[in-house]
Ligand binder design. Structure first.
Ligand code: PLP
Length: 387
């Protein structure tokens, strides 16, 4: 029987950690109560939600009251961007963000634009970093929110949040960061980053899909995105996803205990992957900031290769994701690579590899072999143009 491909796409999603699954199991069957019910079933569920809130808060160095459970990174981002822009609309209608954000930030900004808000999308340097000075220059008397992601999902670049926060604070502007990719991979503390709001997503840190959280600094307020009953202290209506929340709490508890080990493990394997590929193949480019980068992420451009063709070629052996997609009209390069001005003959052949807690050395070595052989085969059939 054919075995599963080697999974090198942990930035897309992670499997549920067995310990997380174990913590969730009683809530799948026995503890099914509604946390709002006053009887013992409800009390058990309510206590579990409170315990999970504490685990998330502890990981972030925050207070439990500053954590609101959501359905994931997308909802958390929407809650802040739409909820804050609308709440402060009488003070100003200008938001600042960056060109490398996830659609879960950019799309709500575009929605606001249709509603007569103005959005400044800042450029990035070749490594994908926002210049904190450019944030300062973009602020106007109308600015109410700055939203800059902590770490990029495609190339792993980590933004200089503390410097950006210093600029925001000086001008009295609230700051949000989308930390969906950084929580679980590097230390993330809202106080150290200087942010007022921070989004995280369970399925990027070995909790289930469909659960996440939003950190809201004490004293900050948002207009509601979802209207209904008074769940989550009136900040997010809807009966709590107890099963997912218990999983997220456990996953955060595990990160708090083993982040150092996970960091070293993923950095070692990510470096091994890069060394393996770059020693076997020519005409490669590594994307992202060489220093400020997530430890598990490797964005590689194979010059002259079509990333979709490469992924199809290795598809039953290695699972990774493409930074460009080929259509009948031509190649569509991701907006992140475009913003970083990656040359198109490289950008079209960009693959994101991301390792995780379960990744092994043997998997990395096999992946290096599979990918290198596939690139060599593709280059034989269609050699890259000479430079
Ligand atoms: C940077 C970033 N923000 C937001 C999201 C969306 O999170 P979710 O899938 O939990 O809605 C993702 C997921 O791909 C992400 O990578």
């Amino acid at each position: 029987m054919a075995s599963d491909p080697i999974y090198l796409d942990y930035n897309a999603t992670t499997p549920i950690d067995p310990e997380v699954a174990e913590a969730m199991e009683p809530f799948l069957h026995r503890h099914f109560g509604n946390p709002s019910s006053s009887h013992s079933f409800g009390v058990t569920a309510n206590q579990a939600v409170s315990a999970a809130r504490l685990q998330v808060a502890n990981l972030l160095g925050a207070e439990p009251e500053e954590i609101v459970f959501t359905s994931g990174g997308t909802e958390s981002n929407n809650m802040v961007i739409q909820g804050l822009a609308r709440r402060l609309a009488s003070q100003g209608r200008h938001i600042i963000t960056s060109s490398v954000e996830h659609p879960a930030v950019l799309e709500p900004c575009y929605v606001l634009e249709k509603d007569n808000f103005c959005v400044t999308i800042l450029p990035v340097d070749g490594g994908g970093r926002v210049n904190p000075e450019s944030v300062g220059h973009a602020i106007t008397s109308e600015t109410t929110l700055i939203s800059i992601m902590h770490a990029n999902n495609e190339v792993g670049t980590i933004q200089p949040m503390a410097e950006i926060a210093a600029v925001a604070r000086e001008q009295g502007i609230l700051l949000h960061t989308d930390a969906a990719q950084s929580v679980g991979k590097i230390p993330v503390r809202p106080d150290e980053l200087g942010v007022d709001f921070l989004s995280l997503a369970g399925h990027k840190l070995y909790a289930p899909k469909g659960v996440g959280a939003l950190y809201i600094r004490s004293g900050r307020h948002l207009d509601r995105l979802i209207h209904g009953a008074s769940h989550e202290s009136g900040r997010r209506a809807g009966t709590e996803n107890v099963l997912g929340i218990v999983g997220l709490g456990k996953a955060c508890g595990m990160v708090a205990e083993q982040l150092g080990v996970d960091f070293a493990h993923s950095e070692t394997l990510r470096n091994r992957l890069w060394e393996g590929l770059s020693s076997r193949l020519a005409d490669l480019r590594r994307n992202g900031d060489p220093e400020a980068c997530l430890p598990n992420t490797l964005s590689v451009s194979f010059r002259g290769i079509d990333a979709t063709a490469l992924l199809a070629e290795i598809g039953d052996r290695v699972a990774a994701s493409a930074g460009a997609a080929c259509h009948s009209e031509g190649v569509e390069v991701s907006s992140v690579l475009t913003a970083m001005q990656v040359p198109v003959d490289y950008a079209m052949g960009t693959v994101r590899f991301s390792v995780g807690r379960p990744t092994t050395e043997a998997e990395v070595d096999t992946a290096v072999q599979m990918v290198s052989e596939a690139v060599e085969r593709l280059r034989e059939t269609a050699p890259p143009p000479s430079r």
